[in-house]
Design a protein around this ligand. Structure first.
Ligand SMILES: *Cc1c(COP(=O)(O)O)cnc(C)c1O
Length: 417
């Protein structure tokens, strides 16, 4: 870690600081003691002045080396190309949502189809630097498939604990990447706990983003890319779906650090969107503490989290940014898959369309002004869960090969000729 600008680790609960070794949790705060990586920002600033971002060739997240705990010039990193996903204008979708304009950060275009690749790329690089050759995680799907893909790219083994209701495409992806898949006959919480204890016993590298402070550093590159892609003109709002809370916290950290470095002059407000069937972070936003026992019941499997580990960091992001949180129910999430796809050409999995559904509601309820500049993050590709999508996007029309129904059918859909 000598080559990087990492300075120390700080507990988000008590503020205790630790040297940047491989520690995962605060000694004093136990299971609550999530750590945060703090950089030497003077060193980062000097380095960025000497070698401005605009001159860098890398079109991957590794271009932001000053704000990452891995220096890609000296460390082994996966060959897969992670990050630098497109920021696509979606004018028709914007109008439908009641906005003048909207940009979609399409993170479903990462190598394994989700934003999680940004964390997993760091996970395998860090594990490798520590001399580990097995890396494990528990996941509702995307963290797992991305870890398995990154591990395959590095030639490492991966052990994955999934809850029993993981969608088939994500499971298949894992198996295709050669992971050892352990399907826990229980909830995400059970899978998480089992993975924690297996890692503690076997010494495997633990990729559970919620407690591993290093991985969120990969997620923050979403924000760094948005700033560069908008030529440093920061949007008013960034909408992100929330499960454990690491993604929104990571993205907010990226904006905050770019402001600290003087690269942007303001930061956006963060809109955190949860599924109403798994809304523990939203409840904590309203009451100040995590509810004791929250259900996890939503089609959006990637954000189906009853016991979020990173709610404190997520709420910090919402509060510091002057943002807000909102929840949407499953029918709104599924509907959003359909109108996002048909009005922008971008296919979102349920946990990703959640941010669009939340944005729609936030505009309707007056949280987000119609003339605001808005980015919504599509966190995962729709091909990851076509079964859910099919609940929302209708059915094909069966026609006979002689085409006898064609004329009436097409006329009925407004096609002429
Ligand atoms: C993991 C994930 C999220 C939410 O991230 P958290 O860090 O759990 O809040 C959202 N969308 C998709 C597609 C994900 O895989």
């Amino acid at each position: 870690m000598k080559m990087t600008c990492v300075d120390h680790l700080r507990c988000v609960v008590c503020g205790a600081t630790y040297a940047p070794e491989t520690r995962l949790m605060c000694e004093l705060c136990g299971a609550d003691g999530i750590l945060d990586v703090v950089y030497d920002y003077d060193k980062a600033r000097r380095s960025l002045e000497q070698s401005p971002l605009a001159g860098r060739a890398s079109q991957t997240l590794w271009r932001y080396r000053e704000l990452l705990p891995v220096d890609a010039s000296s460390a082994r990193i996966p060959d897969l190309s992670v990050g630098c996903t497109p920021l696509t204008p979606a004018p028709r979708l914007a109008r439908y949502l009641g906005l003048d304009s909207l940009l979609i950060k399409d993170d479903g275009r990462n190598p394994t189809g989700s934003l999680k690749d940004r964390a997993s790329a760091l996970a395998v690089a860090l594990a490798c630097a520590e001399g580990k050759d097995v890396i494990a995680c528990s996941s509702t799907g995307n963290a797992a498939s991305s870890l398995a893909g990154m591990a395959a790219s590095m030639g490492m083994r991966s052990v994955i604990f999934v809850p029993k209701d993981t969608p088939e495409p994500k499971l298949t992806q894992l198996l295709a990447f050669g992971a050892t898949v352990l399907r826990v006959q229980g909830s995400y919480y059970d899978a998480f706990q089992l993975c924690q204890s297996a890692c503690a016993i076997s010494g495997w590298y633990n990729r559970n983003c919620a407690i591993n402070p290093w991985l969120v550093e990969g997620k923050k590159t979403v924000a760094l890319e948005i700033c560069e892609q908008l030529d440093w003109k920061v949007p008013d709002w960034v909408a992100v779906s929330v499960g454990d809370g690491c993604t929104i916290a990571g993205i907010w950290k990226g904006f905050r650090e770019f402001k600290l470095l003087g690269l942007i002059d303001r930061t956006p407000r963060m809109l955190g969107v949860q599924a109403s069937g798994a809304d523990a972070v939203l409840q904590a936003f309203r009451t100040g503490s995590l509810p004791p026992d929250r259900p996890e019941n939503t089609v959006a499997d990637s954000i189906k989290v009853g016991v979020p580990r990173n709610w404190r960091k997520a709420l910090q992001a919402i509060h510091e940014s002057g943002g807000t949180m909102i929840s949407v129910d499953d029918s709104e999430i599924l509907e959003a898959i359909g109108y996002t796809g048909s009005l922008s050409g971008i296919f979102a999995e349920p946990a990703a369309s959640t941010s669009v559904a939340g944005l729609r509601k936030a505009v309707a309820e007056g949280y987000v002004d119609s003339d605001a500049s808005v980015v919504t993050v599509i966190t995962g590709n729709g091909l990851k869960d076509t079964r859910s999508a099919r609940l929302a996007v209708g059915q094909p029309h069966d026609v006979s090969p002689d085409g006898r129904e064609l004329k009436d059918l097409l006329a009925g859909h407004g096609y002429r000729g």
